[in-house]
Design a protein around this ligand. Structure first.
Ligand code: ADP
Ligand code: MG
Length: 246
């Protein structure tokens, strides 16, 4: 599903991602963890073309981001990746003046040019799936943070993505609301969605992820299954990180 080869990303003189290579098969759930500033968000944003990459290539489901390619070709590939990738951020970014169901319908109407009643039906089903059937006609401001984030997940799923990227989806939530969002993500994982999740929720990563990528200073320091990583971290860097977060 994802094949990253010698990925490099600079912001000016700042080398943020240094020669990262990684293959993620379909249906794998990958948790990306590591200290703040290590490049985790940038890494996710490079996967779906939100950041232009400096070097290497990113291949998502056969669509290739290659900075050497012609501009037009590159744009076409990035567009194709965006169509097939859902992304959920720490901040939910819902449209405040649209109802919950309208937020989920938006991409169906605009991008997929769907008829209104058809989009409404799909959006309603997705809202049921994330446990928000009764909130369809509410406005985002009337919802808790956990509910808003579940709407954001439903909205991302509306495009029927082949891949879901999550960037600290529970970091802005009050502790008692974290569980309901993680539950929705766990359900998605169990349905076989391919997922890359940047998270500080170590218990969730341990339980739900198939694989842990530990990043520090723009490189992958460890790449292991959760049991190996959490019980026998190989590097001093990871050992120290785990002591700090536990
Ligand atoms: P993480 O998500 O692991 O906390 P980030 O990917 O957000 O790390 O940031 C990694 C590094 O890249 C940091 O040094 C940050 O300052 C830098 N960075 C991120 N985004 C930008 C940007 N748009 N412009 C310049 N520097 C950036
Ligand atoms: Mg980040």
């Amino acid at each position: 599903m994802i094949e990253i080869s010698h990925l490099q990303k600079n912001f000016g003189d700042n080398e943020v991602l240094k020669n990262i290579s990684l293959t993620i098969p379909s249906q794998q759930v990958v948790a990306v963890i590591g200290p703040s500033g290590s490049g985790k968000s940038t890494f996710l944003r490079c996967i779906n073309g939100l950041e232009a990459i400096t070097g290497g290539t990113v291949n998502v489901n056969g669509h290739v981001i290659d900075p050497q390619a012609q501009r037009k070709e590159l744009q076409k590939e990035v567009h194709a990746i965006r169509q097939e990738t859902g992304m959920v951020f720490q901040q939910f970014n819902l449209y405040p003046h649209k109802t919950v169901v309208e937020n989920v319908m938006e991409a169906l109407l605009i991008v997929k040019k769907m008829k209104k009643d058809e989009a409404y039906k799909i959006a309603s089903d997705l809202l049921s799936k994330v446990g928000l059937a009764e909130k369809k006609e509410s406005y985002p401001s009337q919802l808790s943070g956990g509910q808003q984030q579940r709407v954001a997940i439903a909205r991302a799923l509306a495009m029927e993505p082949k891949l879901m990227l999550f960037d600290e989806p529970t970091s802005a939530l009050d502790p008692e609301l974290v569980g309901e969002v993680l539950k929705v993500m766990k359900d998605l994982a169990e349905e076989g969605m391919t997922m890359v999740i940047v998270t500080h929720e170590m218990k969730f990563a341990k339980e739900v992820a198939d694989r842990i990528i530990f990043m520090a200073d723009g490189v992958i320091v460890e790449d292991a299954n959760p049991v190996e990583f959490f019980e026998h971290p190989q590097t001093e860097r990871a050992q120290k990180f785990l002591q700090q977060v536990s």
